[in-house]
Structures are given as structure tokens and as C-alpha cells.
Design a protein around this ligand. Structure first.
Ligand code: SF4
Length: 795
């Protein structure tokens, strides 16, 4: 890399998923500032974390050389000794080869920090490729906590991950458990622009934060009860016949008849000896007879059908009489159990708020909706997200202007190596047998499974962890078990810019550089069609400090030493990038000449499900090629085929949880000042939030003699943590809200490192257990737990 000593360089901030367009200013070879690039589709503003990049890069706590430990695991001081890259990489390769030979590649797990909330976005796909080529089915990436519902549950209904709202055409926007002001600046900007243009904004969130302050309607929902609200809203729309009946009839599996005896769809195989299990049956009211749907072609074998969405129908089959009802009627029956009055009690909302929201949905001509982490970390997360997806299907706005639209994106090759691991190996993912529809189907295991594999060899031993930046002890529940597991782990590598309590258990530490010291590419900035068509190659603006290297460089070096060169373009990064962008028709050299990127100016197509492909409707990429209101797949795996609401399992009212001992609901949200468990060492950011805070209502505090800014103890059935009281008049008096990730020292502000557990720990995860998780996705209830808070005497 050859840069001028003084320069202004266009690129994008790669510290989080937002990837905001920015200009980096170099003076005398030093990065002195990072500023927004308003000419970039995501560059109208940068958050404080992006602007503080120089503080992160030049922080004196950064680790700049490979190291190995010299003291036993569990010692507070690992006794790090600087080693060469060759020694570090050779040691890793020796261990990987030995373990794979003796116990199979599955005994090596990977940890990868979230590409959404950290700078892992540049290297994520490369690490996944390495994991798969090596043959490990196990990567702990926290998918169960902050992506599963959006990326993997939504497809169970619509066949695609939750598409982006087309805000420029929306007249009503619902943000449900999603606070983009903290987590996705470029998205927040689009919502704010739409609001300024006149779109209505609804925010459903237990906390009045971010855009909730500007919303036309903010619904302060009780944490974990969102599924009940979705069913109730659907109930109102159905009762009032104010849903898109044509869409439901034509494009969902609502008309399919469901057998009363076993809950399966009625098929022609049930009716005729030469029938097929892929031909489903609906009822035509016009001709008063059944009609057949060929799911392979995605068409009904009749025309001008007036589908029945209610009633009971009896068929004579070779196994006797079968009584069936349309799937939609079963869904409507479920929804009917959720009256506004009942759901107002469950959700702690007002009946009028629920009815008003149903009216906004009904009256919207272009409704978009976005859900994220607020709906993920509950024991009922999967069915909650199903309930909202199905509610959205009733509106008919999917892939319509102003709705959630599948945008055109740049064509690329997959570099994450999806096909590089055999199905047999893939199926060995820890937890897959318990959750075959969960993240484990892609090898994305949860921390509980990892700890079990390490501590109990269950179902087989995990002997090594190659950990790309994940601070397990501060971002995953059940910290105590995590510490035990890492202490007993045979071999661990941690790859990061800074050391942290998790890395203190590593055998080898590899230093990575910041996004400003490495190159990166983005082919989709996601937030709208213009952003989705932009391909940008980000040049490094600084030479890597010390001997730090990029995650990708580390992957390529390990791949070469393990004999995987061929799968990694001979270890050549640029050839890998060229392979990645090859289908786009863009050349890497052209990208290098155009630092602001090349925009393919793609055009949006709407209602793609209705397009004709070889004379047949495209439909949806689901098992039935229809939007799946009723999921036979769920039924087959023992889950409810309809999104039944089940109360959060660690909450007030949960059996064995004493309401007297734990009278409050503990929820959590991200701090706007920090990315996950990072940044507390950066003075300008730490100054904005000196100590860990817990929000509570003044009346809750008064009852316990707590003053604002007092240190208080938050006690749960699983543990304790400490934080300072911050009052919020808007919070439900029964709810307190904490943040995770507090451990890092900030010398400039006289703040010491905080312990992982114990009386003065501020680690939220040490107080959350994994006894109850979402049965389908494995999500842990970080956002709906129980607690009591007590004033502490200490300063
Ligand atoms: S929102 Fe993320 S990408 Fe944008 S400036 Fe902040 S940290 Fe960087």
C-alpha cells in the first residue's frame, strides 16, 4: 500500500453493518479524522463510534504482535510472550492437523464475532470458507441471538430473508423491536427522511429510544409479548374483513385443506391410489368441489377458482372419511383467541393503542415493517417472528412499492464456501439434532452447545476453538460455564485488535488490524436500490500498525499451510476478490480506479412472485411455492404449524420463578455509544457513558430507596451484576433495562477493568442462564428475564 502522507481517502466505515460512506483524513501519515461522505448512499452521517476510529486505532491497549501464553489457563495474567507470525501460524496448523486426524475436523470449532455489530463484515465470508474447507460443522456466530429470525425464520413464511423496506414509497413504517439509530445509522436516516416526507411511523419497543421519540405511535410493549400483539392485529383485520383477501387466496397456502386427524395438508395421495403427496387440495366455492394445486409447478389445475377460506369439508378416502378445513380458517381461529382486551392485558398496552395500530395497518396503501434484535432474544422468538411475517402477508404489501421489497443486487459468486463442506459433516453441527430448523442447519451453533462439547464431550469432544474476535464471556449467557469451558479447552486461538477476558484463555493471540489498515469490498449497501447497486473497493488508508494483519490475510496464510491453497485462489486476496465480483462484470482494477465505487444503477422489479418463468408463476421459494401461513415443515419437526403465542419462559408468571423474589422484568438494549463489548477504552465514547447504566422508572427506584446515579445490584435467578441507576419516565415501572459488554478499562478516565462475574461485575451475561431457550432457534432470553434491583452502599 502506498498512500500519500497527507490525503483524503474515500471509502466506507466497516465498523458495523451500516457501512457508512466516509472520507478518511490522513495528516503526516496519521489518521486524524473520519468524516461523512454525503455523495455516498450511506454517507450522510457517521456515528460517534465511526468518528472515534483514530482513538481505536492508536489506542495504547491494542495488541500489535502475535503472542503465546506462558502461564496456566485460568491465571488472570496469561503471561503473553511475543512470537513470530511463523511460529504462531505453524503452532496453529500443527494443532489443527493433529486434532482433525485424531478426532475429526468437527472437534475444532470456530467463533466468529457478529458481522452486524463489529468490523467482521470484511472477513466473515472468508473465515466461513476456511471453516468449511477445513471441514468443521461448528461456528458460534450468535445467529440465534441477532439474525436468526430475520434471516432464517422469515424465509419459512416468504422464502427469503426479511427484505428491506422501500421507505421512499412507504406511507406507513413499522419498526418492531428494531432501533436503527443505535444499530444501523443508514437505515435510521431512510426512516427519518420518510417521516419528514409525511409517512406515518410506528415503533413497537419497551423503551422510548431512537426513532420512538419521533414516532406517530410508540407502543410500549411488555418484553416478549409481541407474538400476542401480532395475532391480535391479524384477528382485527380478519374480523373486519380488512385484509388483502385476493393475495391470501392467490399467493398463500391459506386455501389448502388441512386434515383434522393429523394436521397435514390433504393431498391427492390421500384421495386417489395414483395421487401425489406434492398435490395439495383446496375447495372451490364456485363449483362446490375440490381443486388440486401442483406444488412442483406452483399452479392450480383449474381456472377461475373462488377459494374457500373457512368451513369444514369431508372426503372419502381409501382410509375412511377425512374431515378438513382451510389452513386459513385454522389461523383465523387461532387469532380469534387474541381479542384486543385480552392482548392489552398480556402486552400491557392500551386496547385503544392496539385498535389504532390495526387501523393504521388497514389504511396504509404502502406498509413496510422491519424487525430485528428486539424480537430475537426471547424463548418464543421464532413463533413471534412467524406471527409478524404472517400478519404482514395479510396486508398484501410484500414486494409492492413502499412495502418490503426484494431489491435487485449485484450478482456475485459465493466465497463463503457453502458447498465446500459435505452434508454428512454439516449434519454433525452441535445442536443440529435438537434444532434441525434452527441456525444449526448452517453450522451456526450456540454457546451452550459449544460449552457442552468442551466440558462434556457431548455429543463429541470439542478440542479447539479458533476464535475470530468473539468475546463470549460478555456476549453470551451463562458466563460461569463459559469460563469453566475455556479453562479446560485443549487449544484456543483468539484473533482481535484488543485482548479481552475471553482471549485471556487463549493459547495463541493473533493481532488484527482495523478496517483503515486493510482493504475491503462491499457489493451491497442494502438500504435502498441505489445503495444495493453500489460496488465499492475500500483501499487501506494506513499501513497496519505493528505486525497486525487482516482476518483475511490470516485465513489465507493458514489455508496455504494446511494445503488448501487451491481453494483460496493460491492464497491471493485480489484473485479471490476478482472471483467474487466476476458475475457483476466489474473488474477489480476498475474499482481501484474509482474509490467512490461503481454503481450498476439497478432497477427495482416489484411483485416478482407473480412473474412468469417458463410459462409458470415464479411464486415463493418455500415448500409450497406459496407464502406459508401454515407450515407443514414446522409440524413435521414437532413445532406448531401456526404461530401460537407462548409466554416468555423466564418471566413474571413463569412456574418456579418467585414473583416476590424477582418482581421485575429485566430487558436489555444496546448502548448507542459502543459496539457490543468494544469501545469502552476510547475516551471520547466512554465520556458519554462513564459507567454501566440500568434504566428504571422513578417510582420503581423510589420504592427501593434508589436515587438517580446510585450503584445498584441487579439480581436474577442466575446471578448478579452492578450498574448505576438511570431514571426513565417512559419505562414501564415493572421493567428495568440494562446493557451488555462492560469490562474494558479506560485509563484516561480512571475506569478500571471490570471482572467477569461477582459483586462488582457489570456483566449482564453473567446473570442470564440458558435453562430455557427458544425451542426452534435456540435463542436465549436476554430481553425477557426476571430480576430484583437493590441499592448498593458502595460508591
Ligand atoms: S453506524 Fe457503523 S458504519 Fe456507520 S459510522 Fe457508525 S460504526 Fe461506522
Amino acid at each position: 500500500m502506498e498512500n500519500k502522507l497527507n490525503d483524503q481517502i474515500q471509502g466506507f466505515c466497516a465498523l458495523c453493518w451500516s457501512r457508512c460512506g466516509c472520507i478518511s483524513e490522513i495528516k503526516d501519515g496519521i489518521l486524524i479524522s473520519v468524516k461523512p461522505d454525503p455523495s455516498h448512499p450511506t454517507g450522510s452521517a457517521l456515528c460517534a463510534k465511526g468518528k472515534a476510529a483514530p482513538e481505536k486505532i492508536y489506542n495504547k491497549d491494542r495488541i500489535l504482535y502475535p503472542m503465546k501464553r506462558s502461564r496456566p489457563k485460568g491465571d488472570k495474567d496469561p503471561g503473553w510472550i511475543r512470537i513470530s507470525w511463523d511460529e504462531a501460524l505453524d503452532t496453529i496448523v500443527t494443532h489443527l492437523n493433529t486434532i482433525a486426524e485424531e478426532s475429526g475436523a468437527e472437534s475444532v470449532s470456530f467463533g466468529i464475532t457478529t458481522p452486524a455489530g463489529t468490523s467482521m463484515n470484511d472477513g466473515y465470508a472468508w473465515v466461513e470458507r476456511f471453516r468449511r474447507v477445513f471441514g468443521s460443522p461448528n461456528a458460534a456466530i450468535a445467529m440465534e441471538l441477532c439474525g436468526f429470525s430475520r434471516d432464517m425464520v422469515f424465509p419459512y413464511t416468504f422464502g427469503v430473508p426479511l427484505p428491506m423496506p422501500e421507505h421512499k414509497n412507504s406511507d406507513c413504517i413499522i419498526l418492531w423491536g428494531h432501533n436503527p439509530s443505535t444499530t444501523w445509522l443508514a437505515h435510521a436516516k431512510r426512516v427519518a427522511d420518510a417521516k419528514a416526507r409525511g409517512a406515518k411511523l410506528v415503533v413497537i419497543d419497551p423503551r422510548r429510544v431512537g426513532l420512538a421519540v419521533k414516532a406517530d405511535s410508540w407502543l410500549r410493549i411488555k418484553p416478549g409479548t409481541d407474538g400476542a400483539l401480532a395475532l391480535c392485529l391479524a384477528n382485527i383485520l380478519i374480523q373486519q374483513k380488512q385484509f388483502d383477501m385476493d393475495f391470501v387466496r392467490q399467493w398463500t397456502n391459506g386455501p389448502f385443506l388441512v386434515r383434522e386427524d393429523n394436521g397435514r395438508f390433504l393431498t391427492t395421495q390421500d384421495l386417489y391410489s395414483d395421487g401425489s403427496s406434492r398435490e395439495f387440495v383446496a375447495w372451490d366455492l364456485e363449483n362446490n368441489k375440490h381443486v388440486v394445486y401442483d406444488s412442483q409447478q406452483g399452479i392450480y389445475l383449474a381456472n377461475d377458482i373462488n377459494f374457500s377460506l373457512s368451513g369444514r369439508y369431508t372426503f372419502n378416502s381409501h382410509n375412511g372419511q377425512l374431515v378438513c378445513s382451510p389452513a386459513f380458517s385454522l389461523y383465523a381461529d387461532l387469532c380469534a383467541e387474541y381479542s384486543p382486551k385480552y392482548v392489552a392485558q398480556l402486552t400491557q398496552l392500551k386496547e385503544s393503542e392496539i385498535i389504532n395500530l390495526s387501523e393504521m395497518i388497514r389504511n396504509s396503501k404502502a406498509l413496510s415493517i422491519y424487525m430485528w434484535a428486539g424480537l430475537e432474544m426471547h424463548t418464543n422468538a421464532s413463533q413471534t417472528n412467524r406471527a409478524i411475517a404472517i400478519l404482514y402477508s395479510l396486508t398484501g404489501h410484500f414486494d409492492n412499492p413502499g412495502g418490503n421489497v426484494i431489491l435487485e443486487t449485484t450478482k456475485t459468486n459465493d466465497i463463503s464456501g457453502g458447498n465446500e463442506i459435505s452434508l454428512t459433516q454439516k449434519r454433525k453441527a452441535l445442536g443440529y439434532l435438537d434444532r434441525p430448523l434452527g441456525p444449526e442447519q448452517e453450522g451456526w451453533i450456540n454457546s451452550d452447545s459449544l460449552y457442552n462439547g468442551i466440558l462434556h464431550s457431548s455429543p463429541y469432544p470439542i478440542r479447539a476453538l479458533i476464535n475470530f474476535g468473539k468475546n463470549f464471556l460478555f456476549s453470551h449467557a451463562d458466563t460461569g460455564t463459559g469460563e469453566e469451558a475455556f479453562k479446560s479447552l485443549e487449544f484456543m486461538v483468539h484473533i482481535d485488535m484488543f485482548g479481552n477476558p475471553t482471549s485471556s484463555y487463549a493459547d495463541i493471540f493473533l493481532p488484527v488490524c482495523s478496517p483503515w489498515e486493510r482493504e475491503g469490498i462491499s457489493t451491497d449497501f442494502v438500504v435502498d436500490q441505489e445503495a444495493s447497486g453500489l460496488v465499492q473497493f475500500r483501499k487501506s488508508v494506513l499501513s497496519p500498525l505493528g505486525e497486525s494483519r487482516s482476518d483475511i490475510w490470516i485465513v489465507l496464510e493458514l489455508a496455504k499451510r494446511l494445503g488448501f491453497s487451491e481453494k483460496f485462489w493460491g492464497g491471493n486476496f485480489e484473485q479471490g476478490i476478482q472471483h467474487f465480483i466476476e458475475p457483476s462484470g466489474i473488474e477489480l482494477k476498475d474499482l481501484k480506479e474509482n474509490p467512490r465505487g461503481i454503481n450498476l444503477n439497478l432497477s427495482t422489479r416489484y411483485r416478482k412472485y407473480a412473474e412468469s418463468v417458463h410459462g409458470l408463476p415464479r411464486g415463493f421459494d418455500t415448500h409450497t411455492k406459496k407464502v406459508e401461513i401454515y407450515s407443514e415443515l414446522f409440524l413435521k419437526h414437532g413445532y406448531s404449524p401456526l404461530p401460537k403465542y407462548i409466554e416468555p419462559m423466564v418471566s413474571i408468571g413463569t412456574p418456579n420463578i418467585s414473583k416476590k423474589t424477582y418482581p421485575l422484568i429485566l430487558t436489555s438494549g444496546k448502548s448507542p455509544h459502543f459496539l457490543q463489548s468494544q469501545n469502552r477504552g476510547e475516551e471520547s465514547l466512554r465520556r458519554m457513558e462513564l459507567d454501566p447504566l440500568v434504566e428504571l422508572h422513578p417510582s420503581t427506584a423510589e420504592l427501593r430507596g434508589i436515587q438517580e446515579n446510585d450503584w445498584i445490584c441487579i439480581e436474577t435467578p442466575h446471578g448478579k451484576l452492578r450498574a448505576r441507576a438511570k431514571f426513565s419516565d417512559y419505562l414501564d415501572p415493572n421493567v428495568v433495562s440494562a446493557t451488555h459488554g462492560w469490562w474494558q478499562r479506560c485509563e484516561a478516565l480512571d475506569r478500571d477493568e471490570l471482572p467477569v462475574r461477582g459483586e462488582i461485575s457489570a456483566n449482564l451475561n453473567s446473570a442470564i442462564g440458558c435453562d430455557f431457550v427458544d425451542p426452534l432457534g435456540g435463542s436465549v432470553p436476554h430481553k425477557s428475564y426476571v430480576c430484583e434491583v437493590l441499592k448498593l452502599d458502595s460508591k
